[in-house]
Design a protein around this ligand. Structure first.
Ligand code: ADP
Length: 426
């Protein structure tokens, strides 16, 4: 069957989060990093997620790359387009959610789309158009202090209205709970009034299932990753999607096992402590890295000695806040961060060339640096290790066997994540 769903994601870890939900709901999913420059074989692939960096860039750039991604997905025959943004609706009054949604609607010649940011499994819900994080309104959830896109208004109808010249409406829970037909009639009524964007209330999984049934035939849907849990069942009902046994099945993994960590989040620090109690590890020192070119060599020697035994090896820069501050005071925050990311990227390239075949990276920015150093453009999404973090696989130039890769953003994963991840990998 042909490609069912084409996703345009405004950032990298958000793309993986949605891809993970699609796989869990039975879609064989490929994540591509940026718009592919070469032809891809999409045989046995039901969904492609294009990961862009369009969340915080200038509006015109966000619109242009999103339209380019749409064109590419249309060329691949995608039956429905999903514009994925964060479940906390991360954006500014200048965009980019409104302008990108407007541009996609226009290019698709569609009159209306829905906005479903909610992810109830992750405590993001919407009621009367207001976004809640747990029991707090969005503007009182910590997101009001976000460095790039502070969210100071939980009323999404009002928030989105500042980003678009078109009308924004609401599908309230009262209509939604009356069922699919009532909800559909409400959308139609809003469309005749010229309402182009409809914020959708969503309190739980039942609401997501109803919404999926309402919106499955729209050319464009938009939202967080929650809706991605519910749409595949509707695609199957329409006969667009085969029932597959294991949508997350990957090739058997092989090669040495390595953990690289540049994340200093509380969850990662606990995972490192837990791992070091039973495995080896090498702590990178940012000050030594900045001064001493041999420091990376010591880390590589340490890893090479241990990779011959099959146990996973850890190399980490992760440190407690006081140590991070010390390094930042001496080097500057940006230089400290970059020099660690570069070091971990070099270590990844060298050790993968040496035969590491199972690689776990902790840290969002760190993952970006490693993936780009390895020249990875496509990731096949496998089974979840912990919520939001699946194993993935990528083929690298000159390597016959795929690299198994897990990219963990800071706060994700249980305390035994580093060791358990390798145990669940077949
Ligand atoms: P997370 O997903 O936890 O936010 P990131 O990789 O996105 O992790 O960000 C962590 C940042 O902190 C990276 O830029 C990394 O290079 C930097 N970093 C890691 N260890 C240290 C350290 N010891 N001192 C200073 N900066 C560090």
């Amino acid at each position: 069957m042909s490609l069912v769903l084409g996703v345009i994601s405004d950032d990298f870890t958000g793309a993986t989060d949605l891809a993970n939900n699609l796989v869990r709901a039975g879609m064989r999913t490929l994540q591509v990093i940026g718009i592919p420059k070469t032809d891809l074989t999409l045989e046995n692939i039901d969904a492609v997620v294009v990961a862009l960096k369009s969340r915080s860039c200038p509006m015109s750039e966000g619109v242009n790359i999103s339209l380019a991604a749409l064109e590419w997905l249309q060329d691949q025959g995608a039956r429905q387009i999903y514009f994925k943004y964060c479940s906390t609706f991360d954006s500014t009054d200048a965009g980019n959610i409104g302008p990108v949604a407007d541009a996609l609607l226009e290019r698709l010649e569609a009159k209306q789309t829905v906005m479903v940011p909610a992810f109830p499994a992750n405590n993001r819900t919407v009621y009367q158009g207001h976004l809640f994080v747990g029991d707090r309104l969005l503007n009182d959830s910590g997101m009001e202090n976000h460095p790039l896109n502070p969210m100071r208004d939980a009323d999404l109808v009002r928030t989105l209205s500042r980003q678009t010249d078109h009308s924004v409406g609401l599908l309230a829970r009262s209509e939604l709970s009356a069922g699919v037909q009532t909800s559909w009639d409400h959308l139609e009524r809003l469309a005749t009034q010229g309402v182009r964007h409809v914020i959708c209330d969503t309190l739980d999984e039942t609401d997501l299932a109803t919404l999926a049934a309402v919106v499955v035939k729209l050319p464009l849907v938009t939202g967080g990753s929650g809706l991605g849990q519910a749409l595949p069942a509707e695609y199957r009902r329409l006969g667009w999607l085969d029932i597959v046994d294991q949508a997350g099945r990957l090739e058997p993994a092989s090669g040495g096992a390595l953990v690289l960590s540049g994340s200093c989040s509380r969850a990662t620090l606990m995972q490192i402590k837990h791992f070091l109690a039973s495995h080896g590890g090498f702590a990178l020192d940012p000050l030594a890295l900045a001064k001493d070119e041999t420091h990376i060599g010591h880390a590589l020697d340490f890893a090479r000695q241990r990779l011959s035994s099959k146990a996973p090896v850890l190399i980490y820069a992760s440190a407690t806040p006081d140590k991070v501050r010390q390094a930042q005071d001496q080097l500057g925050a940006a230089v400290a961060g970059e020099c660690i990311e570069q070091a971990l990227a070099i270590i990844a390239s060298e050790l993968v060339a040496d035969g590491v075949g199972r690689l776990l990276v902790a840290g969002g920015e760190t993952s970006g640096a490693v993936v780009s150093a390895l020249g990875i453009c496509e990731l096949r999404i496998g089974d979840q290790i912990d919520p939001g973090v699946p194993w993935t696989q990528a083929y690298l130039v000159g390597k016959p066997a795929p690299l198994s890769l897990a990219l963990k953003s800071g706060n994700f994963g249980g305390v035994d994540f580093f060791s358990r991840a390798f145990e669940v990998l077949l």
